[in-house]
Design a binder for this molecule. Structure first.
Ligand SMILES: [Zn+2]
Length: 101
């Protein structure tokens, strides 16, 4: 779970989902009210995580799975990613680290 870099308090799952699903990159800490930003590293990790959604499509290449099963698997994998991603969120007090891309 992400930890606020200002007050060192850990955000819970629900708070993380709420904060990260807004379009605003600045997320206000529920404990201290300071603005927190997701690190580039954590954004990268999450984009790797979303690849999991495509796993059923890969399985389809190797095994002849009926399309109906494949499509019922997709929301399952999407749910797994949704459940897991708050564990991969990392916070920073700065919008960008120096030297980070
Ligand atoms: Zn805080």
């Amino acid at each position: 779970m992400p930890t606020c870099q200002n007050c060192n308090k850990e955000w819970n799952w629900k708070q993380t989902i709420k904060k990260t699903t807004t379009l605003d990159p600045a997320m206000t800490c529920p404990s201290c009210g300071e603005k927190q930003y997701q690190t580039q590293k954590s954004k990268k990790r999450i984009s790797f995580l979303t690849v999991i959604i495509l796993v059923p499509l890969l399985i389809q290449i190797f095994f002849d799975i009926p399309v109906i099963i494949l499509f019922s698997l997709l929301p399952v994998f999407a749910a797994i990613v949704f459940l897991l991603y708050p564990f991969f969120v990392e916070l920073s007090s700065k919008e960008r680290y120096i030297g980070e891309q």
